[in-house]
Design a protein around this ligand. Structure first.
Ligand code: NAG
Ligand code: NAG
Ligand code: NAG
Ligand code: NAG
Ligand code: NAG
Ligand code: NAG
Ligand code: NAG
Ligand code: NAG
Length: 345
């Protein structure tokens, strides 16, 4: 079966000289043509089929481009989630071929270990110039440490590189044999930049709340510079003012999507409101900064439907995000008191 296409090619070669009307010459040197034919069949054709075609197939695949449109992580559980990954594969479309479905691993290109953090099941594709490949799959977290590292890079970096790699087979049109090739693409992904630009507004304070009860409220807007959307669930954050931990911030039912449309109600329990207002009336905060204080947030826990998502919580715990909060405005709105500057140092 494998030999069939080889015949089609060799017949063309023999027919050409006959057309030129070389009757005598051809008859006399029939043996030379026979040798040439045998050489072609025995050496040239296999070389083309076994060496040249697979090389071309791999080369075409290497030159194709994988473009990441979006990644969506839903149904986040402690050890698994649903991943939707929307991509486009672009190639020159010159060789007609079909690429078998395959399983590719994903890893951080710039970490030498290249430890896979997820597997993607690519469907069958072809060599069209442009092809949309959208995959939605159940994903098991096989390597928690590698996946947490991926989330940490996603959170911290402005951009970072991810490689998708897997073995597959190419079927070139007209050739029965399937060729083993490697699909390997590195994409540059935008990261979340440590959620830089997070804004807390519309803040109110309840100075009469009992100890341990939420006493600070507001609206938080979290920018997402990346192409990754994720379902986090209930997230809590350590809250610092200067270097002192002052309480916990709660964001419920959090789900971050790319863009600016991530607006959530925020609630917090601040253990020592006196320290906060005390700082707001001191220089330079009372004069230069008009009562606006630099708070810091660092991930504490992420719980979705009762399951702890350590791979997100641990990533969020690796860095602080500074948010400026207008404490003078907060106190004015909530209590009708205007905080000024205390005279004593
Ligand atoms: C995915 O995680 C959930 C919750 O932890 C669990 O109940 C379920 O069995 C997991 N699915 C698989 C296929 O492991
Ligand atoms: C693939 O996802 C893109 C969004 O990234 C969407 O516009 C497109 O309609 C989807 N195509 C298919 C075939 O699902
Ligand atoms: C991405 O962020 C991590 C964690 O902060 C850092 O170690 C790594 O060097 C960064 N990588 C790139 C490519 O910026
Ligand atoms: C301001 O906060 C209150 C509750 O504290 C909330 O009801 C209201 O929707 C918020 N407004 C905006 C614009 O976020
Ligand atoms: C976050 O800020 C707090 C308070 O300044 C500090 O103690 C802590 O080391 C910081 N953590 C990280 C990961 O930067
Ligand atoms: C969070 O989602 C749950 C279930 O969807 C809902 O019952 C709850 O009211 C939501 N809480 C907030 C604060 O949105
Ligand atoms: C978040 O916590 C609230 C209150 O404890 C709960 O009703 C809700 O279901 C939780 N949401 C998720 C997504 O786990
Ligand atoms: C894809 C997308 O919408 N990205 C946005 C993420 O958030 C930043 C800042 O909010 C925007 O500038 C990006 O356009």
């Amino acid at each position: 079966m494998d030999n069939k296409p080889e015949y089609t090619q060799t017949e063309n070669v023999v027919e050409k000289p006959r057309k030129r009307g070389c009757a005598g010459h051809c008859l006399k040197f029939w043996w030379a043509y026979l040798i040439a034919l045998i050489v072609i069949v025995v050496i040239v054709v296999p070389v083309i089929l076994l060496v040249a075609v697979p090389k071309i197939a791999q080369d075409k695949l290497d030159h194709a481009e994988l473009i990441l449109d979006s990644i969506k992580m839903t149904n986040s559980r402690a050890h698994n989630f649903t991943m939707s990954i929307n991509t486009e594969i672009k190639s020159d479309g010159k060789v007609k071929a079909r690429i078998e479905p395959f399983e590719g691993v994903m890893y951080l290109e710039d970490l030498p270990e290249h430890r896979p953090f997820a597997k993607v099941h690519f469907p069958e594709t072809n060599s069209e110039k442009s092809q949309i490949v959208n995959v939605t799959q159940f994903t098991m977290i096989d390597d928690m440490e590698a996946f947490t590292t991926f989330n940490t890079w996603l959170l911290h970096n402005e951009t970072f590189r991810v490689t998708v790699e897997g073995p597959t087979k190419v079927h070139v049109k007209g050739i029965a044999k399937a060729y083993g090739v490697t699909f390997k693409k590195t994409i540059e992904m935008p990261g979340l930049r440590m959620l830089d630009g997070t804004i807390v507004s519309n803040t109110t304070v309840n100075s009469f709340a009992k100890k341990g009860v939420n006493n600070f409220f507001g609206t938080v807007q979290i920018p997402n510079y990346s192409k990754v959307a994720f379902e986090l669930g209930n997230a809590t954050f350590h809250n610092y003012l200067l270097d002192k931990e002052i309480g916990t911030v709660y964001l419920d039912n959090l789900s971050l999507k790319p863009g600016n449309d991530n607006v959530y109600p925020m609630r917090a329990t601040i253990d020592d409101l006196g320290y906060v207002t005390g700082l707001a009336v001191q220089k330079p905060y009372c004069d230069k900064f008009k009562g606006v204080l630099p708070f810091k947030l660092r991930g504490k826990s992420v719980v979705n439907n009762g399951e702890s998502l350590s791979y997100i919580a641990d990533a969020l715990a690796t860095g602080n995000q500074t948010v400026q909060i207008d404490i003078r405005g907060t106190v004015e709105r909530s209590m009708g008191i205007t905080l000024g500057c205390t005279d004593d140092e």
